[in-house]
Design a protein around this ligand. Structure first.
Ligand code: SAM
Length: 210
């Protein structure tokens, strides 16, 4: 879990100009990962920790002109790069938000957290808040990483100090922890496709806001 001294926005601001030079999952992998969430035409999608917008062209295409995509990130540097690249997408808007300290208005059919969960200071609190405040009753949240658990934890342990990232547990442990907070989980993956699962509201999941 991130400690109070680590400034995640500044960290990603400093990386923004070179972020897209790193290795990225190919088109087919991104499409397969997104297919887990069953995003369809007309849906409203929230991309949390959208970064430089790697998913935005795919999300935009999936929802079509009848749908919408909101890309949020706490790093203005990452968002600026994303806006320069993706401003042509007619159904995508951008907003600088720290989802741990600020609340987002509105409800979404899908929330996507791609390669961002370990950077949250209180990941389970943030996840629950997003589901309770921003997910429609029959919507889903796709929490996913383009690396498997072992690869990702190894990479993070080299880049970050203790307490500066959340070490991913075995996927069934992650699912169990999320279910303890009253949500449902399905589609658990930890293999060559990556690491992640699908989260939906459960009976003990309250709706906050209208
Ligand atoms: C590893 S990057 C992934 C970016 C993008 N999803 C991708 O896969 O290329 C993590 C992103 O999450 C953002 N982020 C981390 N904590 C956040 C928070 N509390 N609120 C909003 N964005 C956050 C960072 O600024 C960064 O852009």
């Amino acid at each position: 879990m991130n400690t109070a001294g680590f400034d995640v926005s500044r960290y990603f601001d400093n990386l923004a100009s070179v972020w897209d030079n790193g290795t990225k999952p190919d088109q087919d992998r991104i499409k397969t990962i997104l297919s887990i969430a069953c995003i369809k035409e007309g849906d409203r999608v929230l991309d949390v920790g959208s970064g430089t917008g790697i998913l935005l062209p795919y999300l935009s295409w999936n929802v079509g002109v009848a749908g919408s995509v909101l890309a949020v990130d706490c790093s203005s540097g990452m968002l600026n790069v994303s806006q320069e690249k993706n401003s042509v997408l007619p159904n995508v808007s951008f907003r600088q938000v720290n989802v741990e300290t600020e609340s987002l208005p509105g409800h979404f059919d899908h929330i996507v957290m791609f390669n961002m969960f370990p950077h949250l200071r209180h990941p389970f609190t943030a996840l629950r808040k997003l589901v309770e405040r921003n997910l429609t009753a029959d919507g889903n949240l796709l929490l996913f990483h383009s690396m498997n658990r072992q690869e990702l934890n190894e990479m993070h342990s080299k880049r970050f100090g203790d307490g500066e990232y959340f070490e991913l547990p075995a996927i069934d442990r992650l699912a169990e922890r999320i279910r303890q907070d009253g949500m449902r989980t399905s589609n658990l993956v930890d293999d060559e496709l990556g690491y992640g699962l699908l989260v939906s509201r459960g009976a003990r999941c309250y709706t906050i806001g209208a």
